[in-house]
Design a protein. Structure first.
Lengths: 212, 283
């Protein structure tokens, strides 16, 4: 069922969305119920983006609206759910500063409810591994556009092995130049070059991990 | 400030009192599947020559050459493609790679004085690229970004630019051989991106007076109707101080020529009218 709130977010109507959220809070809906509706709205935005009805700007706008919603709801959440468990780590590899593709994938993943820790750009191989150790994340997404940086991706995999973490972590690489040959060369588990397909891939990986 | 570049037989001068220099962007496989596949397979001669010829015919004064397609050995490929382009057209080239070894290999075969694209504000890039620029007497594009990425404000971009320019001067690269890229990011991602770039351009012009470039088409990335945004931005950027944007010459030339006329760089509109006469079908 598509209610007014879902529709407002899907149509990127910021003021209407925030007003509806306030009204729902006052009428006693739980923050989780409200977030779920918003998530559905953002999911529609993601779908429209993948169908090329919406553009990247629209996707970012939906995130902005969602942030506003979370601000309103923050005080109503029970304290313990505020602690976030990062399932997914993402970053652009050392030597590369292209982040648009990575950001699109992160936006889409968040829009379908995943917790993503964004390490930013030019991330040293050791920092990926350090972050896995600190957060216990089980999936890493590495974005790489400059072919010169592909060796640094290989290094991440090597360092994960040395740290004894390789079996616990699934590594996905993505970016314009990536193909099966490069995946094999780096030793990553999967690769994807299309943002929407990448999100499907991450969903599958995480579902398998949760199932096992 | 005047930057001199050269091909085997021709000199090119870039400065703010001359018409805008257009650097053709199309020999770059990013987002171009056909060119990428050609570079990967090694059968690129025809497509590279065609892109070179067409861009120069469309009004490019220089050509950027980038071969960074997935899986290619840039160190081996970049000098070969540079040779192919030099053989096809006689304009100065912009040698574009993130790999200093590929840049060096291309410098070894280049005839004339090229522009190196690019050096960034972090140790490895500075230490490897600047000595090459000095050794081969080239000019260099400076990117005001560092390991933390592209700053989202003009102050931070200027700080990085300061650091790089200082390092250039220490290395013995004269100011006129430095071209600063003020970094255009998509306004489809951040609607303030255009303002930040324009502000950076103004400051670079005031502080250094050096020539300024931009990957101008980036501004409209992810948006529909890109040409309207590209043209409006190119005009503003040139008015603010950009002298040698990297563009798709076939699309940007009309706008650049009209802008040059409006900025008093085209006496009696001679260049503009000549361009119109020769390209009526574009108007």
């Amino acid at each position: 069922m598509i209610n007014g709130l879902i529709k407002a977010i899907a149509n990127l109507e910021e003021e209407t969305t925030l007003r509806l959220v306030r009204e729902k809070v006052e009428s006693g809906e739980t923050p989780l119920e409200i977030v779920e509706q918003c998530r559905k709205g953002v999911e529609i935005v993601g779908k429209r983006y993948s169908e090329e009805i919406y553009y990247l700007s629209d996707l970012i706008m939906s995130e902005e609206i969602f942030r506003g919603v979370m601000e309103i709801l923050e005080p109503y959440f029970p304290k313990n759910t505020a602690q976030k468990e990062f399932k997914l780590i993402m970053g652009t590899i050392e030597g590369d500063i292209h982040d648009l593709g990575k950001n699109i994938v992160i936006n889409l993943l968040r829009s379908v409810g995943f917790e993503v820790l964004d390490l930013g750009v030019d991330v040293q191989p050791g920092d990926f591994v350090e972050c896995v150790r600190e957060t216990g994340a089980s999936v890493i997404g590495i974005s790489v556009l400059l072919t010169f940086s592909i060796n640094s991706v290989k290094k991440v995999i090597k360092l994960l092995g040395e740290a004894g973490l390789r079996d616990k972590v699934t590594v996905v690489i993505g970016g314009y130049p990536i193909n099966e040959r490069i995946r094999e060369y780096t030793g990553a588990d999967y690769y994807e070059t299309d943002a929407v397909k990448a999100v499907e891939l991450f969903k599958r990986i995480i579902m398998e991990k949760e199932g096992s | 400030m005047e930057t001199r570049l050269a091909s085997a037989n021709k000199e090119l001068f870039i400065s703010a009192d001359r018409p805008t220099t257009l650097i053709g962007e199309r020999i770059n496989p990013t987002g171009k599947k056909k060119l990428a596949a050609a570079l990967q397979s090694g059968v690129y001669d025809e497509i590279v020559r065609r892109e070179a010829r067409e861009q120069v015919a469309a009004g490019a004064h220089m050509l950027d050459v980038n071969v960074g397609a997935g899986g290619v050995d840039e160190v081996a490929l970049l000098p070969e493609v540079v040779k192919t382009v030099m053989d096809e057209v006689d304009v100065p080239l912009c040698i574009d790679s993130g790999n200093p070894y590929a840049i060096e290999a291309a410098l070894k075969v280049y005839k004339g004085k090229p522009l190196i694209n690019s050096v960034r504000g972090e140790g490895h890039s500075l230490q490897t690229v600047l000595p090459l620029v000095k050794e081969y007497g080239a000019a260099v594009i400076v990117l005001p970004l560092d390991q933390k990425g592209i700053p989202n404000n003009a102050e931070d971009r200027m700080q990085i630019a300061d650091r790089i320019v200082e390092q250039c001067v220490k290395t013995g690269i004269p100011l006129e051989d430095i071209v600063i890229d003020c970094l255009a990011l998509s306004v489809g991602v951040d609607s303030n991106a255009g303002l930040v770039t324009l502000e950076t351009i103004k400051r670079v012009k005031e502080n250094y007076g050096v020539n300024i470039t931009l990957g101008a088409s980036n501004i409209s990335f992810s948006l529909p109707g890109r040409e309207a945004v590209n043209d409006a931005f190119l005009s503003m950027a040139i008015a603010a101080g950009v002298t040698c944007p990297v563009v798709n010459a076939a699309k940007a030339r009309k706008c650049a020529q009209a802008t040059d006329l409006l900025l008093g760089r085209d006496k009696f509109a001679l260049r503009y009218i000549k361009y119109y006469r020769q390209n009526k079908e574009l108007f």
